[in-house]
Design a protein around this ligand. Structure first.
Ligand code: UT7
Length: 330
């Protein structure tokens, strides 16, 4: 009987910029206050990538270098790099393509995936499939966003939420039963109206008018997104447990998208999980879009044990959402 190949996560890397933007800093820029931000979202500060000409690839590169160092491999050993992002360096070529060059990953092919806040779950499933196919041995999946490049810092409803950062995992063929075990991914384009960027795409290319109208920033109807997110993230996470015959007691960790602590609490509650099983770093990084899930793994890596059942769960623009079950392999 042929052995089924499972894609195991064998290393985690991360990068957050040094510069911090605290709630108190934001109080000086827009009409808001630390108490409102903390109680409505759970966020205390976010990291901002500063520096002329710096883009998302400048966070992908150190995150992948961190991962290579930990695993003791050279970037030349990487077969494929997939970057989830909605803030690519350029419209084309892909950020993955640019990052491979900067990394010296000469033997890799690479591409970007646009799935907003599900920008780690979608490429994780794709990357796992490449390993499971038997054709690739080392696939790096990175979630990275320089959200500060598309945020209007005069809009208090959005500028308080987002931050910059990147996280990455290495996928390799693993022992059977360890690694990415199951995934439920969803997509519903009718949600576009609530969370999108109005201009800069082929439908409405950049012009003086679009810039003047501030149409190159995140547009979000927060309350509507909140309602869909609470239901979508909780439903899909519960469905994933059910179809794998698991309950909250079998789960060591929930790794939730860090958009709002209240959405995270609702998801954990629906899964029957104690709050101490929930990874939470929203207070330090805010919502880094595709970066949130791998940055949680990066922060908690030392506490993870071989055999731990982990559920990664996200909801975001599109709408896109999903949940993935991973059995930790080291
Ligand atoms: O990751 C991508 C997916 N995105 C999400 O999951 C985000 C989901 N949405 C949310 O997290 C929340 O909707 C927000 C954090 C964006 C907003 O929180 P909310 O509890 O939904 O607030 P709201 O929009 O209902 O606004 C309540 C009040 C309003 O004032 P009035 O009309 O009641 O007088 C707002 O104008 O709070 C006001 N407000 C603020 N006050 C102080 C809105 N933003 C701020 C602010 N500081 N930054």
């Amino acid at each position: 009987m042929t052995r089924k190949i499972t894609a195991a996560i064998t290393a985690v890397g991360g990068f957050v910029p040094e510069d911090r933007l605290t709630n108190f800093d934001l109080e000086k820029i827009v009409d808001t206050n630390d108490e409102w931000i903390r109680t409505r979202t759970g966020i205390e500060e976010r990291r901002i990538l500063k520096g002329e000409g710096k883009g998302t690839s400048d966070m992908v590169v150190p995150a992948v270098q961190d991962l290579c160092k930990k695993r003791g491999i050279s970037p030349e050993e990487i077969d494929c790099l997939i970057v989830g992002t909605v803030t690519p360096d350029l419209v084309f070529p892909s950020t993955a393509n640019i990052a491979c060059y900067k990394l010296g990953a000469k033997n890799a092919w690479g591409f970007d995936v646009s799935a907003a806040c599900s920008g780690f779950l979608y490429p994780l499933t794709l990357g796992a499939s490449l390993i499971e196919s038997g054709r690739y041995k080392k696939v790096v999946v990175c979630g990275a966003d320089k959200m500060s490049s598309i945020i209007d810092y005069t809009d208090r409803a959005t500028c308080i939420i987002f931050g910059d950062g990147a996280g990455a995992v290495l996928l390799e063929p693993g022992e059977e039963g360890y690694g990415v075990l199951d995934s439920i991914l969803r997509s519903d384009g009718s949600g576009c109206q609530y969370l999108h960027m109005k201009a800069g795409g082929s439908k409405k290319p950049a012009s003086v008018e679009t810039v003047m109208a501030k149409e190159h920033f995140v547009y979000q109807e927060g309350q509507a997104v909140f309602k869909f997110a609470v239901k979508g993230m909780a439903d899909v996470s519960a469905e994933l447990l059910e179809r794998n015959g698991l309950t909250g007691d079998d789960i060591a960790w929930l790794v939730p998208h860090q958009a709002n602590k209240r959405i995270i609490d609702a998801t954990a509650n629906r899964m029957g999980l104690d709050p101490d099983k929930v990874m939470l770093n929203i207070q330090r990084y805010g919502n880094t879009t595709a970066g949130t899930l791998p940055l949680c793994l990066w922060d908690w890596e030392k506490q993870l044990k071989k055999g731990d059942n982990i559920v990664l769960s996200a909801f975001g623009g599109g709408f896109t959402w999903g949940a993935t079950l991973v059995k930790w392999a080291y």
